[in-house]
Ligand binder design. Structure first.
Ligand code: GDP
Ligand code: IMO
Ligand code: MG
Length: 428
């Protein structure tokens, strides 16, 4: 029966890959499909199995789960060259990605999208978003402008050429006349696509049909979000967001699943907060504590290697994520990183222009002015990475988890105490 969603409850890099992998390990042979429903290779999900580290960007993390079929849903924007590099890299390490299915309606990222992503960022100057430069925004813009190229188009020569030409028409005026770059010819894009077309063809399916049939048959389908709630184009810190809907509601348009089918919606949340790229971040630390979180938590981007901005846990954001996703539970990661502090501040509300806000403020301007209201919780000053049950955790770590759970608006399903699959505690 179950359709399970695993998604980011903060600004990304919460440990979604680990949570997905853990669900797969817990239900060995029981997660039948693992589906990406939005985003593209802007994601970077790290999974550590038996001390060996894997990173996925475009493939869902379930590619590492034995018996699980990975699916790239229609809501994804796909750079197929990156996809095959990723598959080759994993297969060279003994991971079988041969079951991969790709939606016929997923949109392609081509080299004109990455070129435009980089050049528009440069032109934004101090208003830069700090994108990953993977062509995500321009590919979604084409989709909405109805000049995108979809996977199915690759196999219809006439339509493909017409669509690529249409997509390049305005872009070349922009590239040459505004951005002072060289024009991109339809031929070079068609050659780029021809290089992978044959390899792609056998993977292409009507993924909505496949997944709905699987659910009808009682199979388990896990939808793995990339990015996160606060990077959602509608519900995140716009304009400092990605160009898709990582929230649970995004599963509908991104995978062709009706909203009544979702059974569990798990928000992954770090025991503190990080963010990559520009945009407001009320609990951000610019001091030694921030540096210590970055070093101990190894907070450097999986995709771009950029140092992540670090700060304390923000329960206002957790409550917001619980609300806009309809979370049934949270998975709390990286509790082990907090082992060095005497006292740990947790943001319980904001003060904005002299007024207390217990919920996310309505406007971007207010959010930019938000000052965290902190509650200080006692630290546990010890290494908890060997703990495998809640009872083994030091009393102060237990109290920290329980207080976060009270503040965050949904029960905690599990806790991460290290990057490894086994470094986890199940609460229910
Ligand atoms: P994702 O994008 O949400 O999948 O997260 P990333 O993989 O980008 O970043 C999370 C990082 O934290 C990865 O390096 C994980 O291996 C690591 N990680 C996940 N859970 C834990 C945990 O509980 N403790 C520690 N120390 N590291 C963790
Ligand atoms: P995972 O799945 C963290 C951020 C970028 C930038 C903004 C827009 O690993 O959690 P984009 O390239 O999407 O147009 O960039 O979103 N961003 C992420 N931050 N984790 C991610 O993915 C991210 N994907 C995009 O840094 O601020
Ligand atoms: Mg990541």
């Amino acid at each position: 029966m179950p359709a399970i969603v695993v998604l980011g409850a903060q600004w990304g890099d919460e440990g979604k890959g680990k949570a997905t992998d853990l669900l797969g390990a817990d239900r060995a042979g029981v997660i039948d499909y693992c589906v990406r429903y939005q985003g593209g290779n802007n994601a970077g999900h790290t999974i550590v199995v038996a001390g060996e580290k894997f990173a996925t960007h475009l493939l869902p993390s379930g590619v590492l789960t034995p018996g699980c079929t990975p699916v790239i849903g229609n809501g994804v924007v796909m750079d197929a060259r990156v996809l095959f590099e990723e598959i080759d890299g994993l297969e060279a390490r003994g991971v079988d990605a041969s079951r991969l299915l790709v939606s016929a309606n997923a949109h392609l990222i081509t080299s004109y999208h990455t070129a435009i992503d980089k050049v528009t960022e440069r032109f934004l100057g101090k208003n830069q978003i700090g994108t990953t430069g993977r062509g995500i925004g321009p590919a979604y813009a084409d989709k909405i402008n109805r000049i995108g190229v979809r996977v199915a188009d690759v196999f219809d020569e006439g339509i493909l050429a017409a669509k690529v030409e249409a997509a390049l028409e305005v872009k070349n005026h922009l590239l040459v006349k505004v951005y002072n770059r060289r024009a991109i010819s339809a031929e070079e894009i068609l050659e780029e696509i021809a290089e992978y077309a044959e390899r792609l063809e056998p993977m292409v399916v009507d993924s909505s049909l496949v997944l709905n049939q699987a659910l009808d048959e009682g199979q388990t389908v896990l939808f793995e979000g990339a990015q996160a709630t606060m990077l959602d184009v509608d519900h995140g810190t716009y304009p400092f967001v990605t160009s898709s809907n990582p929230i649970a509601g995004g599963v509908g348009p991104g995978a062709g699943i009706g909203p009544t089918r979702l059974d569990r919606i798990i928000g992954v949340v770090k025991a503190y907060t990080t963010r990559v790229g520009a945009g407001p971040f009320p609990t951000e630390l610019h001091d030694d504590d921030g540096e210590q979180l970055r070093q101990v938590g190894a907070e450097f981007g999986t995709t771009t290697g950029r140092p992540r901005r670090c700060g304390w846990y923000d329960a206002v954001i957790a409550r917001y994520a619980a609300r806009v996703n309809g979370l049934t539970e949270f998975f709390l990661t990286k509790l082990d990183v907090l082992g060095a502090w005497e006292e740990i501040p947790v943001c319980v509300a904001y003060e904005i222009d002299g007024r207390r806000h217990d919920e996310m403020p309505m406007t971007q301007t207010e959010f930019h002015h938000a000052q965290p209201v902190y509650e200080l919780l006692p630290g546990w000053r010890s290494d908890i990475s060997g703990c495998r049950s809640f009872e083994e955790l030091p009393a102060n770590a237990q109290a920290y988890v329980r207080r976060l759970e009270e503040l965050s608006g949904a029960p905690f399903w599990g806790i991460g105490v290290g990057p490894g699959r086994e470094e986890s505690i199940r609460l229910r």
